[in-house]
Design a protein around this ligand. Structure first.
Ligand code: 5GP
Ligand code: ZN
Length: 119
């Protein structure tokens, strides 16, 4: 598994303000911004501010951070008015899942009925 250099990482550059994004949350090492190519009326990406390549690269020391990301997802679902209608939190890890950006990110999707299983 390759390791990505932060200066070449798209989401690290968004974190650092080098690439524009619609940032809607930044707290306790967690950042959220709208996906550039939304797959649902609400499509938010939630990331750790520190660079981690993928879920597979997380360590026990990241458990609190992962918990904060999940709590941020629940908060944002409420703010985005999809708490009642429902939503999905997705992590793509590795090639078969189609992970395109090698900085851990959680997709928060909602605002329409979401099919299952994913294609
Ligand atoms: P993955 O396929 O790695 O799970 O998801 C990567 C996501 O990043 C995709 O949904 C894609 O639309 C989004 N994305 C790619 N480039 C950019 C960008 O420059 N800005 C934003 N806001 N999202 C991006
Ligand atoms: Zn990064």
């Amino acid at each position: 598994m390759k390791t990505v250099n932060e200066s070449e990482c798209l989401f690290c550059r968004i974190r650092d303000g080098e690439i524009p994004a619609e940032i809607i949350y930044r707290e306790d090492g967690v950042l959220a911004f709208r996906d550039i190519d939304p797959q649902a009326p609400v499509h938010v990406l939630i990331i750790p501010e520190k660079h981690i390549d993928s879920l597979s690269r997380t360590e026990n020391a990241d458990v609190d951070l992962l918990g904060r990301i999940c709590r941020a997802a629940a908060l944002l679902a409420r703010r985005e008015s999809i708490e009642q209608s429902g939503y999905r939190l997705v992590v793509n890890s590795g090639p078969d899942a189609g992970q395109a950006v090698d900085h851990l990110h959680f997709h928060l999707l909602g605002g329409r009925a979401l099919g299952w299983p994913p294609g």
